[in-house]
Design a protein around this ligand. Structure first.
Ligand code: PMP
Length: 289
């Protein structure tokens, strides 16, 4: 089936979809993005993603490309035209095309691009076996709370993980605390059974999956704390997992050479994954046993 991309007001065949070589996203990474999961044709946590997109744009002083209402219409149209039932929607907005000068152009129009594709986000095999992560120094800038398309450190980190045969790389700040993965948020279950994830500051992206998991934990009586945790703590943790729009909730069973818990996905992790899957399915969340 032929894919369709939305590019600055037009629906184009994916293979011919392009922006100008002087698009500031291309030249300066001067843009932001969102990835939204589609399940059963529905956009998961749409409002939270749109809130974050608006915030990212505001922080970088990029004008919104469309009103929120128009944006949601285009989003649905892109999903529909690509016949995506289960998969992802990608949205990117850059400061547009202008002669190459670092400072903002006096006149410009925000360039909006969207694509969608069918893909299996559940990856039950990975959920059953768990995944491994390596740790790397966090070499990113100090505004990781903005979902910018400037992802070079993340690209290098993910590549290092792949070359090490791992699923993800958890980044470590100068004080020895884990910030987050290259495209996922990091979680552990401490020795005392307490769920821990880093508080949202400018050192991490406020993941929408993270937000939903915290909400599910709250509503299901799972005790948690939002605070930084060290690599040592993570390696000695009872359980570990990661979250993102495309990974959902995946158990982490090894961090570098340290086996987490008994080397199998933890029970709280799997319960949280079940709660999250139920949330995605739109069903009332089952209560934790
Ligand atoms: N951290 C980073 C650096 C990411 O790129 C992502 C994925 N966008 C996440 C965390 C997870 O965020 P979300 O749950 O919104 O996908």
């Amino acid at each position: 089936m032929s894919r369709v991309a939305y590019v600055e007001g037009q629906y184009l065949p994916h293979r011919r979809a392009a922006v100008h070589i002087e698009d500031r996203g291309y030249q300066f990474s001067d843009g932001v993005y969102e990835v939204i999961a589609v399940e059963g044709g529905r956009l998961i946590d749409e409002e939270s993603h749109l809130d974050r997109l608006e915030r990212s744009l505001r922080e970088l002083r990029i004008a919104p490309p469309l009103s929120r209402r128009s944006l949601t219409i285009v989003m649905r149209e892109v999903v529909r035209r690509n016949r995506v039932v289960n998969g992802i929607l990608y949205i990117q907005a850059t400061r547009g095309t202008a002669p190459r000068e670092h400072a903002f152009p006096a006149q410009n129009k925000t360039a909006l691009v969207m694509t969608a594709r069918q893909t299996d986000l559940h990856r039950e095999r990975l959920a059953q076996d768990g995944v491994t992560v390596i740790t790397i120094p966090d070499i990113r800038w100090r505004r990781c709370d903005i979902k910018s398309v400037s992802l070079l450190p993340n690209v290098l980190g993910k590549q290092a993980a792949q070359e090490a045969g791992a699923f993800e790389a958890w980044q470590i700040d100068r004080d020895g605390f884990i910030t987050e993965g290259t495209s996922t948020n990091a979680w552990i279950v401490g020795r005392d059974g307490l769920l821990i994830t880093r508080s949202t500051d400018t050192a991490i992206l406020g993941g929408i999956t993270r937000l939903s998991v915290l909400d599910l934990a709250r509503r299901n009586g799972v005790e948690f704390v939002e605070r930084p945790f060290t690599v040592g703590e993570a390696k000695a943790a009872r359980e570990a997992f990661l979250t993102s729009t495309t990974s959902l909730v995946l158990p982490v069973v090894r961090i570098d050479d340290a086996v987490v818990g008994n080397g199998k996905p933890g029970s709280l992790t799997l319960k949280i994954r079940d709660l999250y899957l139920a949330h995605m399915a739109g069903a009332p969340a089952p209560h934790l046993g």
